[in-house]
Write a protein of this length. Sequence first.
Length: 309
Amino acid sequence: MNSQEYDFNENKIIIKNRELSYEVNEEMKVLRTNIQFSGSDTKVIVMTSCIGGEGKSTTSMNLAIALADLHKKVVLIDADLRKSVMATNVEGGIHKKGLAHFLAGQASIAEVLLTTNIRGLNLILAGNVIPPNPAELLSNPLLDKTLQIMRNNYDYIIIDAPPLGLVVDAAILARVSDGAILVMKSGEIKYRYAQGVKEQLANSGCKILGVVLNKVDYKKQGRYYGRYYGKYYGKYYEEEDLEESSSSSPPMQTATAPKPELTKSELFMQESAKRESGISRASRAAKHRTDTGMTMASLDPDNPQRTQK
């Protein structure tokens, strides 16, 4: 199977534009980098979750796009034959033939392999039918054979599988994959339930690459870290200033010859110099307190106008 044999012009499809927030975009880059460092033999990656609604399909799509942005050849396979939502991310996708048709012998790979508006990214949808035997279709040796051929044509093959906590489909797909990623919604899944899903993946013999913690409240996280580091560094610098002042060596006491008596004009000049020196020191200290207060206030998310002392 050579991707150059297909007439992709007949199977073009548009992925809907979805603007990612800065935080999500950065996290997708981290995920992409982690996958790249998982080894050159990690090409077929199955994405699953514990239950529905954890953002698995969206994460799969964003990951595929992120890899394609690095000029990698990527194919995203929607293998959720029971309740696919991937078709809603593309224009007109709900009416397309897909993986179910191919595995049932009702369509060729050329008919279901779609080109997208993302350079380097191809897509296979689940199909516009719900088969009565999804697990049996996914167990078809034709899928394993197709994936083996695709390895020679793509850098990465991302498989969006159904939630493993609900059906066994993801475990079947994990057997023909190089690695698995579990997508979990923050604060949603209990520990024991997640452990059970993890054990199912491990029993399939597939390498577990890691967990994607999804739908994290960045406002709460940022508020916590901003408050913690603001107070921590403020305390740190105050302690440092105290240590410096206490460690300053007192002036050495040395025996000196008696000073000659000064004239009235010399005494007047000496007192004036002392007063000017004292004013200068006070001005510098006041400026230091003002600068420090502005810096620390900007690190205090609870009260940006408050100056910490």
